[in-house]
Write a protein that binds this ligand. Structure first.
Ligand SMILES: NC(=O)c1ccc[n+]([C@@H]2O[C@H](COP(=O)([O-])OP(=O)(O)OC[C@H]3O[C@@H](n4cnc5c(N)ncnc54)[C@H](O)[C@@H]3O)[C@@H](O)[C@H]2O)c1
Length: 321
């Protein structure tokens, strides 16, 4: 079976490519390399079942022609749409970033799927679609939803577009609302950011916000386990699930302490003001994963265990043992 992965050269995309190849699928991987790198895909370049196309999903005619010619030889059965802007502050500074890379990439992916009658879409959504519900536990049917970042707004708009496609021409879709996902090859995120800061100054770690931000963290290997479990067990035309750790999350203060202990134990941690790291940062969210648990899947790692594992992996990859 052939699978198309957009955003394949990014952090989660590269892990998904590896998983799909190991499951015996052919993979067409698309990325414009704005954030992902070919290095993330180097291990698969020699695999005859792997094809990479450097393409911007905003170029609809190039997209139609590239996917169309692949599909004519080897029909694509599923699209995993992961391409998006992954830098929330960049999308606050320029709303056009999320319009193009988070929303229009979904619009164009659906256009191509419609034209080629590709029957299934798996979409990387986010906790950011919920906005800020404070201490309220987030269940999938909560609403109305008012995201507080352009990124969250464009993810929610993408979900809406997928819903309309399912009503019209798309036989099946899976919407995965990711938590904070961590592991290798890290392209962004709080752990990478802290390690880079400590590389340039091993005496001091400046944290954005007061460190009380508290969120669910999941290791990328468990994220992939959950997504494949859902695609194999959820049978509705439109399936939507929170995916996260089974706990209240971990604070930024705890993450900073874990990174400092691993990378530069002498460093002093300096906290900023307020409980938001940046405009559009949701300071706290607690996922209900009851729907996923009812389907039959449960994460093995708590948020703090996932963070500890990722800190070790990323520090080793960047700094050595
Ligand atoms: N990592 C997380 O914690 C997290 C949390 C919630 C949701 N997500 C979602 O998961 C998906 C993957 O995230 P990631 O962490 O791997 O991010 P990433 O930045 O590593 O990967 C995204 C990839 O999309 C590519 N891309 C962006 N715009 C594109 C365009 N116009 N055309 C073609 N390629 C384009 C980038 O080059 C990059 O390789 C994204 O949709 C992201 O919003 C991630």
């Amino acid at each position: 079976m052939s699978i198309l992965i957009t955003g394949a050269a990014g952090f989660i995309g590269a892990n998904l490519v590896a998983r799909c190849l190991s499951r015996g699928n052919n993979v067409l991987a698309i990325d414009n390399l704005s954030r992902g790198t070919l290095d993330n895909l180097r291990a698969y370049q020699a695999d005859a079942r792997f094809t990479f196309a450097e393409l911007d999903l905003n170029n609809l005619s190039a997209l139609k022609s590239s996917i169309g010619s692949y599909h004519a030889k080897d029909p694509i059965k599923v699209v995993w749409h992961l391409a998006a802007n992954s830098d929330i502050p960049a999308g606050i500074a320029d709303a056009g970033v999320d319009l193009r890379d988070t929303f229009l990439t979904t619009f164009n992916t659906l256009e191509v799927m419609k034209q080629l009658s590709i029957p299934s879409l798996a979409f990387a959504s986010s906790s950011a679609v919920y906005g800020d519900f404070g201490n309220q536990v987030l269940t999938e049917d909560l609403g109305p939803l008012f995201p507080i970042s352009n990124y969250g707004a464009m993810k929610l708009a993408s979900e809406a577009l997928i819903s309309a496609a399912v009503e019209d021409y798309l036989p099946q879709a899976f919407i995965f609302r990711f938590p904070n996902v961590i592991g290798l090859p890290a392209t962004h995120g709080v752990i990478l950011d802290f390690i880079h800061k400590l590389q340039s100054n091993s005496q001091r770690l400046a944290v954005l916000g007061d460190g009380t931000q508290q969120k669910s963290y999941l290791h990328v290997e468990e994220l992939l386990d959950a997504m494949f479990f859902i695609t194999e067990h959820a049978k509705d035309p439109l399936n939507y699930f929170n995916i996260g750790a089974d706990d209240g999350g971990i604070t930024v203060k705890e993450i900073a302490e874990l990174v400092v202990a691993r990378v530069a134990s002498q460093a002093q941690i300096n906290y900023g003001q307020g409980n938001k790291g940046w405009v559009g940062d949701v300071p706290k969210f607690t996922y209900s994963i009851e729907k996923l648990r009812s389907l039959g899947w449960q994460p093995k790692l708590h948020s703090n265990q996932a963070v500890q594992k990722a800190v070790d992996q990323i520090a080793t990859a960047i700094l050595g043992a």
